[in-house]
Unconditional design. Sequence first.
Length: 136
Amino acid sequence: MTSFMPWSDKFILGIDSIDEQHHWLVDATNRLHEQVESQMQDDTALREILEGLVDYTVNHFILEEELFDRLGYPETDAHKAEHDDLTRQAIQLLLDFEKGKAVSEEALEFLKGWLMHHILRVDKAYVPFLQEHGIK
Ligand SMILES: [Fe+2]
Ligand SMILES: [Fe+2]
């Protein structure tokens, strides 16, 4: 079975710690999709995946932003604004779920689209800058 969001070499930016985290996020998106689509939906499992995803995402953003702040990345503000926007939406998804609202296919598609755009365009843009500063 093809996964919802197949991992691809095009996501590899060449900075190992960041690539590992992106890979984890893509895998977690697939786990979330699998659980949402499952005939035998398990709310506890779904909550765990959702909470794990929110938690990991926030930590990933902190890691990137700490690098930006430390090295003086010029695009920091715009990049942080994208992170903040996704964080708000992800937390809202979790709150809605806790109030009994199902995780929609639409929300999954949004998450997948956001991740693809963010890794391939917004994160990719910082690679030359970070590499110039010795991050690998
Ligand atoms: Fe980012
Ligand atoms: Fe990232």
